[in-house]
Design a protein around this ligand. Sequence first.
Ligand SMILES: [Zn+2]
Length: 389
Amino acid sequence: MKAYTTPDLMNMLRQLIARPSMSSVSPSFDVSNREVIDLLAGWFEALGFTVEIIPLLKQPHKANLLATIGPVQDKEKNRGLMLAGHTDTVPYDEKFWHHNPFQLTEQDNRLYGLGTTDMKSFFALIIEAVKRFDASRFKQPLVILATADEESTMEGAEMLLQRMCPPVRCAVIGEPTGLKPVNTHKGISMHGIRLIGQGGHSSNPALGLNALEYMHQVLGELLDWRMDLQRRYRDEQFAVPVPTLNLGHIHGGDNPNRICDQCEVHFDMRPLPGMDIDALREELHVRLKKALNSTGVNWTLFPLIHGTPPMHTPIDSPIVRSCEHYCHAPAHAVAFCTEGPYLTQLGIDTVILGPGNIAQAHQPDEFLELSNIQPCVDILSELIAEYCL
Ligand SMILES: [Zn+2]
């Protein structure tokens, strides 16, 4: 058995939770993830990993971490395994918490704290699994990826696409799935449509160009398009087997007796695997152009977030089969998004599989069931043994 110098599991969990790493598109809630990255860098270095800290391009105070151990040759020769996750958490609302979000609290067979389930704990469990091996005997590489900004801009995952591909063919992302493997999820995009017409006195419609009335036409267009998409695309693996489009926000005008000069609608879309977010936007753009271009109203279609593509890893991929085997559960689809599609774009077959339940994520009093810890370390050990030894 190899000697190691990382702290024990509870001590690692305590330290991970004690370091705030909230990410948010609202600057007032956003902090750096660097303290968590530095902590992980030290622990993985102590285990013999080669550690690379990669600052984000647009936010250099935040960083991804890539830690590698085991022989790396030409990409084609490496079976190997990547274990991945994000180091940031969502912001929290103190008034709804009964525990200190930054102090790991054990109570009722649960560990409370911000990021216990989603998903800083996963990194400590990886270390517990790695400690069971003499990594100098690895015949294939084990790569750890810890990203920034999964909960906000996705810049950490996007940066991966601009770099050389990590030298492995498969990955497990430890998002909370109750230790059941997930091979597919929908994507998400959010867009706004802004119409600018011409204000004027309501007594004479000819004095203006009513943005609210043209919005009526836009809403009809969106609903028609949704019906069309739901006819064209269907996937029975999902609880809601069709792509969705939700009208979530509208604002226009200011006065009943003034012609409305401006109106804006916001909506989200959740495409199925096989649907491309950019192609969808283009399709909508063409529809709007046809509906609005001869009207004189000024219109723009713009993204509200950088969307996440859908993910799909074939059910017969070796990593899906392995995870099903060690978890004693079939792979299934979930409704939430992950960094998985960014890895699959790099040619890495990816399964989402981790401790804790998504119902506890993004909630006050977030917790991880103690009963998930040992089985998770066991599953990770079996994957490492299969893919790295
Ligand atoms: Zn997460």
